[in-house]
Design a protein around this ligand. Structure first.
Ligand code: HEC
Length: 134
C-alpha cells in the first residue's frame, strides 16, 4: 500500500531529474531506493530530440490527432513505439512504410491512416525522432 502512495512522488522526482539536464543521477538513485519504479520509459534526451527536424515535421502533420509522446491516444504513444523497436535500419524502413501506407496489426485493430503524400525522407526523420524518445 505504501508503495502506491510513493509512486507519484518517485515519478515526479525522475521527471525533474530528466528536465534538469539528465546528469543528476543522485536524485534518481535516491528515488530508486525508495521504490523500484520502472524508469525505462523516462530518460533524459527527450528535450534535445524535441528540437529535431522529425519533431518539427510531426508538428506540421496530422500525427498529433492520434499520437502523443507519453500516452496512448488512437495510436500508441511515441515512447511506447520507441520501447518496442530498436533503431535499426530495417525497423526504420518498416515504420516509414507503415506511416506512408497506413495499416493495423502491430498495436491492435485500429488502423493508422495512410500518408501517401508524405515524402519518404520526411517520414524517415519522423521515425528517427520517435525512436530517439527512449
Ligand atoms: C487516424 C489516426 C492516426 C494518424 C493521423 C497517425 N497515426 Fe500513427 N498510428 C495510428 C494507429 C491506430 C497505429 C497502430 C497501428 C497498428 O496497430 O499497427 C499507429 C502506429 C504508428 C506507428 C507504429 C507503427 C508500427 O507498425 O508499430 C508509428 C511510428 C506512427 N504511427 C507514426 C505516425 C506518424 C509519424 C504520423 C503522422 C505522419 C501518424 N502516425 C499519424 C493512428 C494514427
Amino acid at each position: 500500500m505504501r508503495m502506491r502512495f510513493l509512486a507519484p512522488f518517485v515519478l515526479s522526482a525522475v521527471f525533474l531529474a530528466a528536465c534538469g539536464g539528465g546528469q543528476n543521477t543522485e536524485k534518481k538513485e535516491e528515488a530508486a531506493s525508495e521504490a523500484p519504479a520502472d524508469n525505462s520509459m523516462v530518460k533524459a534526451g527527450a528535450a534535445e530530440a524535441a528540437a529535431s527536424k522529425g519533431a518539427a515535421l510531426i508538428e506540421q502533420k496530422d500525427c498529433k490527432t492520434c499520437h502523443k509522446v507519453d500516452m496512448k491516444l488512437v495510436g500508441p504513444g511515441y515512447k511506447e513505439v520507441a520501447a518496442k523497436y530498436e533503431a535499426t535500419d530495417a525497423n526504420i524502413d518498416m515504420l516509414v512504410d507503415k506511416i506512408i501506407s497506413g495499416g493495423s496489426g502491430h498495436w491492435g485493430e485500429v488502423a493508422m491512416l495512410p500518408h501517401p503524400d508524405l515524402p519518404k525522407d520526411d517520414a524517415k526523420e519522423m521515425v528517427k525522432y520517435i525512436l530517439s524518445l527512449k
